[in-house]
Design a protein around this ligand. Structure first.
Ligand code: HEC
Length: 115
């Protein structure tokens, strides 16, 4: 009985470690490539800044759960991207790329804009 519990705990711990591994493995560099390859830039701009067709995605992207649910299931103006087309890894990388985009400088720190 005790042994079963220990095994279950070990499996749970392994699952947690593996589960987190995926999130930590996300790469902003690969995400930048995936963002271009999958055409996200065409509507959202190369840096996710938004454009005529798509909303602003970065800096400060929405929570990953909301992001992922939208990309997988949207049925509005944006085409949905199922896992067969856009893998979970690519999606995590794209998110990492969007997270890596820095916020623009505060306009108050730009002399030309403060005359
Ligand atoms: C054909 C144009 C188009 C392409 C290509 C496109 N999007 Fe979009 N996206 C939109 C539009 C338009 C919206 C606004 C929501 C809607 O559909 O009404 C949107 C909304 C979103 C949102 C929700 C933003 C929010 O704040 O609610 C996310 C996240 C998103 N897109 C991510 C992506 C990603 C990632 C890709 C590439 C895999 C992508 N989009 C490709 C047009 C596009």
């Amino acid at each position: 009985m005790r042994c079963v519990r220990v095994v279950r705990l070990a499996a749970l711990a392994a699952g947690l470690v593996l589960g987190c591994g995926g999130a930590f493995a996300a790469s902003a560099e690969k995400g930048k490539t995936a963002f271009v390859q999958h055409g996200c830039w065409q509507c959202h701009g190369f840096r996710g800044q938004g454009g005529v067709a798509g909303l602003k995605l970065a800096p400060d992207p929405i929570a990953f759960e909301t992001f992922s649910a939208f990309v997988r299931g949207t049925n509005r103006f944006m085409p949905p991207y199922q896992e067969a087309i856009l893998s979970a890894d690519d999606l995590a990388d794209i998110y990492a790329y969007l997270q890596s985009i820095p916020k623009p400088a505060d306009y108050k720190s730009i002399p030309l804009l403060n005359q």
